[in-house]
Design a protein around this ligand. Structure first.
Ligand code: MRU
Length: 350
């Protein structure tokens, strides 16, 4: 299942509209960068890796539609678009990572505008293919962590929908299942946007992986009664010391897991690591519209009293001390992250 794909004939980005799932499986076609920024903000496209690649295609569209005749004006047009795309969501570092990579393709290059346009498209296509390959490598690296018979709590959605294809934490689960391991997933529903109940459950159903949805506040019960062997979640930004910003609720889940000696694995591509930020306190946390919290209904009726107010931080930070290990395309990173991750980077470069 390809979450986003460049459509050459339509000169637009074809996107699975994640707001409609699981009710409807529908595509939308985004033909300008503002539409891509808007779709990242309204979460038609969501999940750290895929918003990065989608933003890269936003830069492509800004470039293709620029009427600039000279290099300087072209760069200005593209940088303006990149700024707007960057502002669409603040927490996942994959967004600035992807935009920086796109701009680096044309900055300092003495080539005609037409060539810059095709260079941008070529780079976005490379990033999309790379994302899938990276996820499959992560899956292979992480699958040995899962044992036959494991029950796993999974938070938010880290599947194909959160990436260009395949997924990160859910990609590991898929790989282990396809190897023949018998596993059972407890799917945190992930209030308030319900990425677990809506998207992860939908993906697990397609793959035939057994699961039960639990409300987020049930995780402690399952962890403390010996019914869970592992916790898996993704990441939106990992600081140099190994603190993990991820979907709201990850921190409470990791705390309860730690208290019960259950291992917690955070899974992400290296594009999610932000070595410029020393610890998680410096990671910007998105606060979304309170209406996402207040819109809950039961038996067709709104639950909250008229005029109720709410807070809606979309992410929290799990400190490194609560994370057992991290899985990336470079391999499994043990603690201390700050040392082991750099060692893996060094081995790869060396
Ligand atoms: O607000 P969302 O749905 O974009 O948040 C997504 C998450 O927190 C995921 O767990 C994270 O991006 C990792 S996805 C591979």
């Amino acid at each position: 299942m390809r979450t986003i794909e460049w459509d050459t004939a339509k000169q637009s980005l074809r996107v699975i509209d994640q707001r409609q799932l699981p009710e409807k499986y529908e595509f939308i076609y985004l033909d300008n960068y503002k539409a891509i920024a808007e779709s990242i903000w309204n979460m038609a496209i969501r999940g750290a890796p895929v918003i990065g690649v989608a933003a890269a295609y936003g830069v492509v569209l800004a470039g293709l539609q620029s009427t600039a005749k000279d290099r300087t004006q072209f760069l200005t047009d593209v940088r303006t678009a990149a700024k707007e795309l960057n502002d669409s969501r603040p927490t996942a570092v994959n967004l600035p990572w992807a935009l920086k990579r796109m701009l680096s393709i044309i900055e300092g290059q003495d080539i005609p505008v037409a060539e810059m346009k095709s260079a941008l498209l070529a780079e976005a296509n490379v990033m999309a293919e790379e994302d899938i390959l990276v996820n499959k490598t992560i899956a292979k690296n992480g699958a040995p962590l899962i044992k036959d018979g494991d029950t796993i709590i999974h938070h938010c959605n880290t599947g194909a929908l959160a990436t260009v294809d395949w997924g990160t934490a859910l990609g590991i689960i898929r790989f282990a299942f396809e190897e023949g391991k018998h596993i059972h997933i407890l799917v945190d529903e992930t209030r308030p946007r319900l990425q677990g109940a809506r998207l992860t459950a939908w993906e697990l159903k397609q793959m035939g992986i057994p699961y039960d949805i639990i409300s987020d506040n049930m995780a402690g019960y399952f962890l403390s009664t010996g019914q869970v062997q592992k916790v898996f979640f993704g990441a939106d930004r990992v600081s140099a010391n190994g603190d993990v910003a991820n979907k709201i609720g990850s921190y409470m889940l990791a705390l309860a897991a730690k208290d019960n000696n259950i291992p917690v694995y955070s899974v992400f591509p290296t594009s999610t690591v932000d070595l410029s930020i020393q610890d998680g306190k410096r990671i910007p946390i998105e606060e979304r519209d309170p209406e996402e919290v207040l819109a809950l209904s039961l038996n067709g009726q709104r639950v909250m009293p008229e005029g109720a107010t709410a807070r809606n931080p979309a992410f929290d930070v799990t400190p490194a001390r609560l994370v057992t290990a991290y899985v990336t395309e470079l391999g499994v990173v043990q603690q201390p992250f700050s040392v082991q991750y750099k060692e893996l980077l060094r081995l790869q470069e060396g």
